[in-house]
Each structure stands twice: as structure tokens, then as C-alpha cells.
Design a protein around this ligand. Sequence first.
Ligand SMILES: *[C@@H]1O[C@H](CO)[C@@H](O)[C@H](O)[C@H]1NC(C)=O
Ligand SMILES: *[C@@H]1O[C@H](CO)[C@@H](O)[C@H](O)[C@H]1NC(C)=O
Ligand SMILES: *[C@@H]1O[C@H](CO)[C@@H](O)[C@H](O)[C@H]1NC(C)=O
Ligand SMILES: *[C@@H]1O[C@H](CO)[C@@H](O)[C@H](O)[C@H]1NC(C)=O
Ligand SMILES: *[C@@H]1O[C@H](CO)[C@@H](O)[C@H](O)[C@H]1NC(C)=O
Ligand SMILES: *[C@@H]1O[C@H](CO)[C@@H](O)[C@H](O)[C@H]1NC(C)=O
Ligand SMILES: *[C@@H]1O[C@H](CO)[C@@H](O)[C@H](O)[C@H]1NC(C)=O
Ligand SMILES: *[C@@H]1O[C@H](CO)[C@@H](O)[C@H](O)[C@H]1NC(C)=O
Ligand SMILES: *[C@@H]1O[C@H](CO)[C@@H](O)[C@H](O)[C@H]1NC(C)=O
Ligand SMILES: *[C@@H]1O[C@H](CO)[C@@H](O)[C@H](O)[C@H]1NC(C)=O
Ligand SMILES: *[C@@H]1O[C@H](CO)[C@@H](O)[C@H](O)[C@H]1NC(C)=O
Length: 771
Amino acid sequence: MARFLSTVAGFSLASIALSSPLTPQLHAHYNASSPCAQVSASVATQTATVPTVPAQLAYECITSVPFNQSAALALVDGVVPYFRWQSNTAWLKDPPKEYVEKVQPAVDVWGGLEKIREKIVGDKYDSEFEFGFELYLLLQSTHDGHFVYVPDVIGTVFNYARPVPLVSASSDGKELPKAYVYADVLGESFGNASFSASPISKINGEHAKDFLENWAQYGSLQDRDALYNGVFYELATVSLGPVGSGIGTFAGSGRGRWIYPGPTTELEFENGTSRTYNNYAKVLIPFNGITDGESLYKLWFTGNPPTKATEPTPSNSTTPTPSATATASAAPTIPAPGYPPPVIRESHNLIGGYFLEDDYSDVAVLSVPSFVGISAQKAFQSTAEKFLAAAKAAGKKKLVVDVQANGGGTILLGYDLYKLLFPNKLGHAAADRFRAFESTDVLGQKFSEVAEGLPRILVPEDGNETLAELIDDVASSVFNYQTDTDVNDRSFPNWDAKFGPQFQKGDNFTNLFHWNLSDVLTPLNSGGIYIHGYGPLSNYTTQPFAAEDIVVVTDGYCASTCTIFSELMRQRAGVKYISLGGRPREGITQAVGGVKGTNNFPWTYIQSVAQFSVQNLSSTPEEAAQLNKTELSEYWSDVPFDRASIGNAINVNFRDGIRDADLEGASDVPLQFVYEAADCRILYTKQMTVDVTAIWKAVADTAWAGKSHCIAGSLGGYRTTLAKRELSIQDKVLSRRTKQWRRELREQDYPLDVRTDLRNVKFAGDGIMWP
Ligand SMILES: *[C@@H]1O[C@H](CO)[C@@H](O)[C@H](O)[C@H]1NC(C)=O
Ligand SMILES: *[C@@H]1O[C@H](CO)[C@@H](O)[C@H](O)[C@H]1NC(C)=O
Ligand SMILES: *[C@@H]1O[C@H](CO)[C@@H](O)[C@H](O)[C@H]1NC(C)=O
Ligand SMILES: *[C@@H]1O[C@H](CO)[C@@H](O)[C@H](O)[C@H]1NC(C)=O
Ligand SMILES: *[C@@H]1O[C@H](CO)[C@@H](O)[C@H](O)[C@H]1NC(C)=O
Ligand SMILES: *[C@@H]1O[C@H](CO)[C@@H](O)[C@H](O)[C@H]1NC(C)=O
Ligand SMILES: *[C@@H]1O[C@H](CO)[C@@H](O)[C@H](O)[C@H]1NC(C)=O
Ligand SMILES: *[C@@H]1O[C@H](CO)[C@@H](O)[C@H](O)[C@H]1NC(C)=O
Ligand SMILES: *[C@@H]1O[C@H](CO)[C@@H](O)[C@H](O)[C@H]1NC(C)=O
Ligand SMILES: *[C@@H]1O[C@H](CO)[C@@H](O)[C@H](O)[C@H]1NC(C)=O
Ligand SMILES: *[C@@H]1O[C@H](CO)[C@@H](O)[C@H](O)[C@H]1NC(C)=O
């Protein structure tokens, strides 16, 4: 149902908060009444768009919200139909041994939900917050970044923050990394030559390494080294502005924003100095009329909050999907500190192309921090196309693909970028499947039956709008067996052939299937693009770079569509992967550390397909009544939606990826539970945290210049062929421009308050892990 999932509509950066104060405005005189009244009084005196209060006051206010037993019961029962769509609960409960040893422990999702329910029934919760946080953590503890529900009490009112973003860096690229205050590293890089940042030894009295490794676990990724990187300020995440995970979870970006960091943060440095910072909370809602926890509850947590109406409405728009043109040019520029002048860059920094200078003049860099969760799929594709053409035209011989910070976006853009690089290689490396249960079966039967009566054409010749919508909503859907192919690239003869089910691990799954990349309806599932090498683009057949002339670098934060792209690049094309950073421990790390599920479903989408089948696809009232006697009768309550926080993710992982049988390491284990070491691990240095080209040069050195920066693993097999070439006029111009850029870099270019905020963004995508 591409229309429901479409990513059309406005990308507004109204909420970008670069200018908001780093420290809360503290007011000397609080009204000595309830904590929430004090928040209200403080907010009333502030003029900033997003007011702030001390973290402790926010926490006291939110924990003073009374627990409502009957409402809590309605919520835990209301989430059940949606939890059923989560593809891997059987695997989470009983994961492979290697996953438990190296990645994360087992989680019994259904058992955990039952425990919460028992506590509710036994009236064991002291506050609404205690209940909401347990429910949030139940999903978060699965470390499946697609599986997320943020109750109102967790995400609607406050986002927590520490006013001090950190970085993790190695002194020389060989020594294990230490944590630093990022502002100190900036001071060292741009200020006094005599100043040298001292590493952090302790945080709140605990060894920094232990504190940070524990804190990292609040992140969305499964891999612990990737999670560790997510704690810190990273140039790639900052370049995404409010739709990325900003300045790191330690400072309250990404999924750190929902975790109370305590009243203060005390840092002790190796040089003996200590510094204490006041933690604060951003106040996300108006507080007028709120006098205590009870009034906060009544106004905001009972289903009809005052500003819910200002949210972007679900995209049932009647304009033809998708139109990915308008927003790209109108958007304001988002700062990308530490990135050199690009050859070409998409206006939201979702993808950009760069050339390196002097000794590295053979190297082109395609930086891809996103596969697009807003309406910019066409702009993304054309940026990639144009850059690869420009790189070839400029005689570049090597390509670094940088997917740091990439939480995915639009599935078919992952396939397209791979096919742009390898047009003649197979278009799949893993197959998909989803849970086979009553809801998916009923929907599949109904959708498939309706689709059999529809032509499989992109645009009805007679301009029939009703037909166009049915094609978009039904014919192009995964619930129509005609949309996909079986693992042998043959059509499924009917729904039952696709549905299966296959019994595994005590659960049922559909038969395996692939995308049909030649499908005429591809644009309905891709944000408007066709895939290179297929359909109208089947004349694209020239591979721009040999596999050994490409290397991909990641920070482990590679999730969803990024993992689909990576499976294709590694398994089909044999391209090597370098992972950056990681915990201060020896040894190799994983390059792909985010959710490897191959499709997320928003709960709103699940509800809409269920209701749509009953209301809009039944030919008679009797049939509607019949359909509504199935599990589809369980999708009519709005409780889980009313109780979800505003502007945050509400998703399940719908599809698992299962590696193709012809590939090495093939198994029937969903890729989410497969541990895969990178080919090489490189540590961040301080320079890399202020100048991204330092990363790209270390990668190029390692891959092609015989100067390995790997502290573990190696890129054996890559030839050492980075030749000094005669610099052309253009090369020299670029070199001058790059050096001027580097000279002109200033400390002020690096914003220290870039925090995740999706409240005013139309954020979607079918293969995306929300930050
Ligand atoms: C707190 O503020 C309310 C409303 O302004 C006022 O009525 C009340 O007297 C104040 N209480 C104290 C203790 O100052
Ligand atoms: C508790 O929630 C129920 C809905 O389940 C609602 O009817 C009731 O008013 C709530 N109680 C309070 C005190 O807000
Ligand atoms: C540089 O260091 C000197 C001497 O320690 C000090 O006087 C000066 O203020 C410093 N300048 C900056 C920009 O920090
Ligand atoms: C110790 O290091 C910290 C962090 O870099 C710095 O802020 C502080 O000025 C240093 N103290 C001394 C006495 O050098
Ligand atoms: C979506 O549908 C609802 C009800 O059918 C309608 O009120 C609303 O205007 C539609 N929204 C858009 C953007 O077309
Ligand atoms: C438009 O398409 C719908 C669905 O196929 C069909 O029921 C309807 O008759 C068509 N309308 C016209 C004017 O052809
Ligand atoms: C799996 O599917 C089979 C066949 O439809 C059914 O009998 C069985 O109950 C299902 N098992 C589970 C755990 O859903
Ligand atoms: C894939 O789609 C194309 C175009 O719609 C169609 O001709 C072809 O039969 C489909 N392939 C399979 C295996 O269904
Ligand atoms: C492929 O065909 C399209 C449209 O016919 C044309 O615009 C494009 O230049 C062709 N590309 C190649 C690589 O031949
Ligand atoms: C489905 O039917 C309902 C109820 O008749 C109607 O309000 C809604 O607009 C329809 N939705 C679509 C997408 O046709
Ligand atoms: C379907 O059943 C549910 C649960 O009984 C009910 O709330 C809903 O109104 C029904 N929907 C329709 C369209 O009959």
C-alpha cells in the first residue's frame, strides 16, 4: 500500500534547534508548589521556542503523574495485535549462541509484556512513568531498532540533555580510544597550540569506559561497538540535523533523549581536574494550565492532547504519489561541519559526492548518511548518478563509500545504489519473509483477490482516479502475491504459494520471496524511481568501478536499508567493509551494527490496512461483517495511538532477511542474529572528529596505498595502486579550494546542540530505523 507509506509531503525544519541555549535558564525563585507547577512557572518566563528546565525538576514532574490502572491495562492489551507483527519474537527469545556471546542477551517479549500486565493488575506501579518506562524498555531491550513504541509519558513532554557532547578518539590511531569533551577537542584543534585536551577518567565517580559502555546500551542498535560510537558527537550524524541522532546519546540525542541523566554530570579528567555540568530537559509542550502531575495526565495522556492536531496528517493524500521534487530545493541548508566543499550534495545532506586532493586525487568519496526517510528519493538517485558520472569524467580510479550514520530509509534506494555500482550483478542477496499468522493471511487473501481484478499498470489510460488508488494501495502491496517473486525468480501462482507457512522455532513464517525489480509498479514502492538495470533503466549496464577499487566505511550505525545495501555489496559484489571506532577493547568489530530486518511497518499502517480491508475492499456488508469476525476486528481501538508520544517512532520489524542459499554463510537464521566481523577496523583520531577527510584518507591509505590503519583485520586482496598522478588543472583548483576550506574552519562551525526532533518532519520510509 504505497500510498499509505508514501513519503510525500513537507519536510519542515521549523523545529531545528541550533540556536537554543546550551544551559537551561535557571530561575531563582520557584513556586514551592508541585514540580509540574514549577515547570509551568519556569516555562512561562522563557521566550525560547523550546524552553528548558533542570533535568531533575522535569523528572520530578513526570514521575509525579499518577498511575491509572485501567488506562494502563487498556494500553498493554491494545499493543498485543501490533506486537504480533514483529517478525522475530521467537528468535529474540532463543537467539543463536554467538549472538548471545557477542551481541545481546535473549529477550522474551511476550513474557515481558505479561509481567507488566501482572504488575498492572496487582497495582504495583507507583507512577505512570514507572509503567511507561518499563513498556518502552521492553521493546528497546530487544535492540531491534525497528521495534519501538514510545509511550506519551516517555516522549511527549520532555527530552533530557547533557550540555556536554563527548567524542571517543585514539591518540595515534593505534592506542585504544579515550573519551574527551568535544569542545576541548575543538579547542585543541582550533585554539591555542599549547592547549591539550585531557581524557575523561571518571563520570559520576565511575570509570569512564564502564559508564559509557553501560549508557550505550540505551541505543537502538544491536552491536555493542556500534552502540558505543552512538554515544558520541559524530560529523556524519550531525550533518543530518534533527532527523539524525545528532550529537550522540550521551548528550541526549537519538534515543538518549528519553533517559533521565540525573541532576548533574560530573567529569573527572586524567589531569586531575573535575567539572560538573547541570543536566537539563527540553520542554516540548505548552505548560499553561498544568498545576501538578494530575493535570498533566488529564491534559496530555488521556487521548486528546491539545497539540496532537498539529502533527503531520497521515499521507492519504489524493495527489498522485510520489512527487519528490518540490521539497528538495526549498529546504534550508543543514550545517555539515567538518565536510569539505562537495562536488554535489543533496540539499538535506542525505547523500553527497566529494573528491580528495593531492596524493589522493585518484579517490572519489560518496558519502551516504541516509537512504531517505523524507520525500527526496528522486534527488537522492540523481545525486548518486551525477556524482558517479562526474567521478568517471574526472578520471577517478577509486571510490570510498561512507555510510556512517545510515539508519536506512527507502528500501529500493538501497537496491538502486548497489545496481548503479554493479549493474550486471544479481539484484538480491537475501530473501524476505514475514510472520505467517491470521492477520497477514486474511489481508493477503483479500488483497490478492482484489488485485486479480486490476490491471498491473502504473497509470490507468483513462485517468480513472479510483483505479489509480487501488493499484497504488492494493496491487503494489506485499499482500498481493503478484508483487514479488519466489527465490527462483518465478511468479507465485497464488497467495497460498507465497504465504506457506513454514514452521520454524515454534513460529510460522511465509515462504521466502524477492523484490521484482522489473515490476512496472516499482515507482509506487520507491518514492518514484525505477531501479538501474531494470525496466526503463535496463540500458544502464556499465559498471563504473571494479569491486576492488571500492571500499565501504561505516561507524556500525548501519541499519535497515543500509544493511540490505551492505548485504548486496559484501555478498554479491565482494566489496570490503571497514568499521570505525568501537569500544576501547582490542580486536575486530562489526561493520553493520543496526537492525538487519528488511522492512519496518508503522503501527498506523497496520491499522490502516486492516480497516481498509474491512471498510473499503469488501464488496458487500455481509463480506465486511465476515472479515471483521477475523483477527481484523482487533485493529479498531485507538488506544495505542492515543497513548503514543508525539512525533516519535511506532514501528515493528515486519520482514526478516534470510541469506540466499547459494552464498557463503547461508543459513535460515534471520540476518539480525548473524554476527559478521568487518574486514578491517580503524580507530577514530581527534582529527577525524573535526575533519571527515581524515577518515577518508585513512580508508584510502589502507585500501590502496599499502599504509594500513587497521588495528584488527586487513584488506588483503586489494592491490596497492594509489598512484601519484599528474595533477590536472581541475585537481589543482580542488586542492586549493580544499586547503582554503580547511584553513577557514572555525570552532564556531561545529554546532554543539544538534538534537533529534521529528515532531515537525514528515518522516517515513519502508526500511528505516528511526533515530
Ligand atoms: C504558587 O503559585 C500559585 C499560582 O501562581 C499561587 O496561587 C500559590 O500561592 C503559589 N504558592 C506558593 C507556595 O508560592
Ligand atoms: C483512568 O483511565 C480511564 C480510562 O481507562 C479514564 O476513564 C479515567 O478517567 C482515568 N482516571 C483518571 C483519574 O484520570
Ligand atoms: C592562549 O594561551 C595563552 C597562555 O596560556 C592565554 O593567555 C590565551 O588567553 C589563550 N588564548 C586562547 C584563545 O585560549
Ligand atoms: C585538565 O583537562 C581539562 C579537560 O581537557 C581542562 O578543561 C582543564 O583545564 C585541565 N586542567 C588543567 C589544570 O590543565
Ligand atoms: C485523509 O482522509 C481523511 C478522511 O478520509 C480526510 O479528512 C483528509 O482530508 C485526508 N487527508 C488528505 C491529506 O487528503
Ligand atoms: C474506475 O475504476 C474502478 C475500479 O476498477 C471501477 O469500478 C470504475 O467503474 C471505473 N470508473 C470508470 C468511469 O471507468
Ligand atoms: C503454524 O501453522 C500451522 C498450519 O497452519 C498451524 O497448525 C499451527 O498452529 C501454527 N503454529 C503457530 C505457532 O502459529
Ligand atoms: C516482474 O514484473 C514484470 C513487469 O511487471 C513482469 O513482466 C514479470 O513477469 C514479473 N516477474 C515475475 C517473476 O513475476
Ligand atoms: C537509457 O535510456 C534513457 C531513455 O531512453 C536515456 O535517457 C539514457 O541516456 C540511456 N542510458 C544509457 C546509459 O544508455
Ligand atoms: C474507506 O471507507 C471509509 C468508510 O466508508 C471512508 O471514510 C474512507 O475514505 C475510505 N478510504 C479510502 C482510502 O478509500
Ligand atoms: C469491526 O469490529 C470491531 C470490534 O468489534 C468494531 O469495533 C468495529 O466497529 C467493526 N468495524 C466495522 C467496520 O464493522
